[in-house]
Design a protein around this ligand. Structure first.
Ligand code: GLA
Length: 520
């Protein structure tokens, strides 16, 4: 009854006064109802505007504007980097207690500090529909609370999972906020029919943008309208002999501005277990705004979820994503982590992939072992931004590094040459070798590099890379590999025995390409 009266009062207000003062809310993204946009506005009797627009990743202060008939313009200021202020404008059309607001910049989709190369065409302006939820003038935004400091925690026991680097698929690289229940089911089907599952790719991982805008009345995390029933989805994925992964953040918001697990760590771990989740990627994102960003605090924040997962009643692989900061290799294992990102985000370009793979992995092999892996980010193979030789380099290098192999392409629509790269059994065997040793660079001569990984049977996987612009002769010397005598060589891309060699193995390698062999 009371709400009816309130609704009538709101209705009356909109009919009799063109005063926009109040609170207006609605979904911030057209792709789902998982992020909220709040307009808290005060309209002065003379027509001036103040208040703020709070979106998933930014709060804009209203500094002016005008209402001409039903057409609204709001001038806002957004805090930028280094105290710079961006001046932006929203436009809108008022229809009673509804407001169609055109956003000044895209809110949906990708977030985080590491942006991908700008898209070729600017995205179409996004229009969101807000509803008036009160007529109250906005109260000032609370000041940001002091950063939280946490002590170094007790170590979390190992969960015994991921004895070899996890293999599977993740939605982010190709699909960003387009991932949905339907897509995940289709990908799961395709993982089986394409042969990916048989090749070892088992985890089907939902990245950011599955979360609902609000927790329920008990504080449980919810899904948005792209994921109507997570439990049914996990049952479907499990029925295919695959496992389901999900994503969250130790912060209040994820990198794309969706709900994070801050102050709900244990509860969310239980929810994930109840849904039948087998893998969690836990992404720092907005945690940097609530925590003090010291190593002890970050370790504590990750240990909270590590413990939550361990006590959740389900075996869940734990993937840390904090971009390799604060010496994560020294503590990733101690928070119950099975893998930890060592870099910012990969993108589907040679420069990005080679920087992450060749430059940022030095000396990290010491902390990798069965159950605990360095993660130079997910695969871009098949997404179209690199040549097949470059994708072979990507696959070879990640395997030499004993990296998680998480395909990031559209498995439903995979060209045969891409399938051949992702499903090269001999290269996968290097990545998945039971010894669990991460390989490393053993020789470098300008753009020519030799990397080697010791394998369980005493042989070595050796990759001869050419990062230069022209094809070149690359040599792997026995002295660099710590071996001697006559050795059998097997080419892992040609699937051919090359006979025995003494002292060295020398071969022509195409520009940005690789020759990968096993030397026994
Ligand atoms: C960060 C991560 C990415 C992806 C996005 C999702 O940028 O590093 O891998 O998970 O967040 O918003």
């Amino acid at each position: 009854m009371r709400s009816r009266i309130a609704a009538l009062a709101l209705c009356a207000a909109s009919v009799y006064a063109a005063d926009l003062t109040g609170r207006w809310t609605g979904p911030a993204s057209t792709a789902d109802n998982g992020q909220e946009l709040v307009l808290a506005i005060k309209q002065a009797p003379g027509g001036g505007f103040s208040g703020y627009v709070q979106g998933p990743r930014a709060t804009d202060t209203i500094v002016g504007g005008k209402l001409e008939g039903a057409n609204l313009t709001l001038d806002v200021e957004r805090p930028g980097r280094n105290n710079a202020v961006q001046k932006l404008a929203y436009t809108g059309v008022v229809e009673g207690n509804k407001l169609k607001l055109t956003l000044p910049a895209p809110f949906g989709g990708r977030g985080g500090a590491q942006q991908k190369a700008p898209p070729k065409a600017p995205p179409a302006p996004q229009v969101v529909e807000l509803s008036r939820v009160s007529n109250d003038a906005p109260t000032p935004l609370p000041a940001r609370p002091a950063p939280v400091s946490l002590p170094m925690p007790e170590p979390v026991h190992a969960n015994g999972l991921a004895k070899t680097p996890p293999m599977g698929w993740n939605s982010w690289n190709k699909f960003r906020n387009q991932v949905s229940d339907k897509m995940v089911r289709e990908i799961a089907d395709a993982m089986v029919t394409s042969g990916m599952k048989a090749a070892g790719y088992i985890y089907v991982n939902i990245d950011d943008t599955w979360e609902g805008a609000h927790r329920d009345s008990q504080g449980n995390i919810t899904t948005n309208n792209k994921f109507p029933d997570m439990k049914a989805l996990s049952a479907y994925v499990h029925s295919k002999g695959l496992k389901l992964g999900i994503y969250s953040s130790p912060g209040p918001k994820t990198c794309a501005g969706y709900e994070g697990s801050y102050q709900h760590e244990e509860q969310d771990a239980k929810t994930f277990a109840a849904w039948g989740i087998d893998y969690l990627k836990y992404d720092w994102c907005s945690a940097s705004q609530v925590y003090d960003n010291t190593q002890a605090t970050m370790v504590n924040a990750y240990a909270k979820m590590g413990l939550g997962l361990l006590n959740s009643g389900r075996k869940i692989v734990y993937s840390l994503c904090q971009y390799g900061n604060l010496d994560v290799g020294a503590w990733g294992e101690k928070v119950g982590g099975n893998l930890w990102r060592t870099t910012g985000d990969i993108s589907d370009r040679w420069d990005s992939m080679q920087r992450l793979g060749f430059e940022l992995q030095t000396d990290r092999e010491k902390v990798a072992s069965p159950g605990h892996w360095n993660d130079p980010d997910m695969l871009e193979i098949g997404n179209g931004g690199m040549t097949n030789d470059e994708y072979k380099t990507h696959m070879s290098l990640w395997s030499i590094l004993a990296s998680p192999l998480l395909a990031g392409n559209d498995i439903r629509d995979m060209k045969p040459e891409i399938a051949d790269i992702l499903m090269n059994k001999e290269v996968i065997a290097v990545d998945q070798d039971k010894l669990g040793k991460q390989g490393k660079r053993v020789a470098k001569d300008g753009d020519k590099e030799v990397w080697a990984k010791p394998l369980a049977d005493g042989s070595q996987a050796v990759a001869l890379f050419n990062r230069g612009a022209d094809s070149a002769n690359v040599t792997a010397k026995w002295s660099d590999l710590g071996i001697n005598g006559s050795r059998a060589i097997r080419d892992l891309w040609k699937h051919a025995d090359l006979g025995k060699k003494s002292g060295e193995f020398s071969t022509v390698v195409p520009s940005h390409g690789v020759v990968m062999v096993r030397i026994k």
